[in-house]
Design a protein around this ligand. Sequence first.
Ligand code: NAP
Ligand code: ZN
Length: 368
Amino acid sequence: MDGSFRFYLPTEVIYGANVVKKAGAALALGKKALIVTGESSAKLSGALDDVLSTLTTDYVIFSEVESNPSVETVIRGGKLARQEGCDYIVAIGGGSPLDAAKVMGILAANDANPLDLYAQGWQNRALPIATIPTTAGTGSEVTQYAVLTIQEEQTKKGLGGPDLFPRVAYLDPKYTASLPLDVTVDTAVDALSHLIEGYLSKRATAASDLTALQGIATWSTALEQLQKGVLDGEARSALLLASCLGGITIAQTATAIVHGLGYPLTYFHGLPHGRANGMLIGAYLRFTEKAAPDKVANVLDLLGLTSVEQFSALMEHFFARYRHELQLSQEQVESYAAKAALTNNAANSLGDPSLREVTEILRASTID
Ligand code: NAP
Ligand code: ZN
């Protein structure tokens, strides 16, 4: 690499206590908002109340986004935005509502089938979005990606476009206080996987390394509390910041084979996204260590660990129970690996994993 790079992050990031209320009239990005949420977390977290008491424009609420959002859901939301004449979006929730809102923003401005967007792109700019994360994991509040479940292809697939970068992201750690422990851990590990995969990506640059390494260091300050299963405000603040840094990182580098292999585990076995990643990172680090020993050592060092085995033991602490329940057959391993080996995520991975190596990463992660 000659050291040249491009770093692009057009999203304004506003982080701190009560940032939504403090935004006041600036929270509105147009004349009428489509507010996009999941079923209950926007209310539970207190974020929806803050938005409704701050917004100065008309709005309509779409509160039906499920985890791992479907094509049908984004079509319904896009239709509602058109019918109601919404010209901007406020998205509140975990990665699922945030991602769904991005595609609704495309469909509100373009008469298109979501499945065609992957190959053909879209003509008109998506509606501007303000994002308010209530999980500390995906970093979707600052990325140009939206991941949808595609039944036709039996997997999840990321859609990307420069106009999918949210206009502004409001990050208030208090919205993550209501997260149950399992979602806290799953999403925290998703953030860690973005930071690690971003740092170990073939597309990593001097600039993305800054956010990745700082993100891992910040994440590690919450590790002890994650392990104990009790998190205070400081740990939650660190995780939200680390998650945002992870999003900023993968907005530059994209993700690697961990995400490519995690998608079928979610699609076929219902594993939450971060949990699927967590089961895979240890074997991925063992593989990547051969190509980039110094970089893997840096990751471990920032986490206070001295070997990949210690890292794997840490993930086992969080996920052994689910891994034992998973029970993949050799045929399943081969079929998921074959799919993952063809993804851009695989192409992005240091060490250029072959099909045999991708299969081995999945096998080692799921079969004792
Ligand atoms: P999620 O699917 O958005 O939410 C998981 C669960 O947590 C839901 O039941 C949700 O409830 C609940 N929840 C959210 N916030 C809560 C809170 N503050 N208190 C209590 N419960 C809360 O999970 P996620 O891990 O954040 O997002 C995963 C999705 O993001 C996946 O589809 C993944 O592929 C995608 N992703 C996107 C990117 C990107 O760059 N765009 C990156 C990584 C992952 P409700 O249903 O009520 O909301
Ligand atoms: Zn992820």
